[in-house]
Design a protein. Sequence first.
Length: 163
Amino acid sequence: MRRRDFIKGIVGSAATWPLAVRTQQPGMLVIGFVNGTSPGAYPPLSIFLKGLGEAGLAEGRDVTIEYRWAHGQYERLPELIADLVQHKVSVIAATSTIAAVAAKAVNTTIPIVFTTSGDPVQLGLVSSLNKPDGNLTGVTQLNVESTPKRLELCTKYFPAPPI
């Protein structure tokens, strides 16, 4: 999966899931964006914003984004997420594995769209990849499971040249 497709998926999910929550809140959609690093250390932020634009949403016009950055102090994530919950955001974009786990622990009502490179079932984020449950949905790269298959396909279709 290309990074751009990955971010588009997150943005699309954040913008449309669930519609019932958006219709209950007057005014703009408010996205709570939480990450364990800092803006300068998170290059996909620009891709996230571009994905919003490709979904027809512009920050300040259609959506408000409440950013929460832990600046490497991961123990602050629960506090930052609780602040987003208190501000009654429409959806929480938990943009790292540790942020997703913290968001699930702190919040059971506001929809959470997560990204993770781990297995969301093993991490306890969802009970099934096919049917996410509760208030969580997201995207995973499942590197551990897919890397051996990728190597197998590479060696099958692109054999090493003779030495």
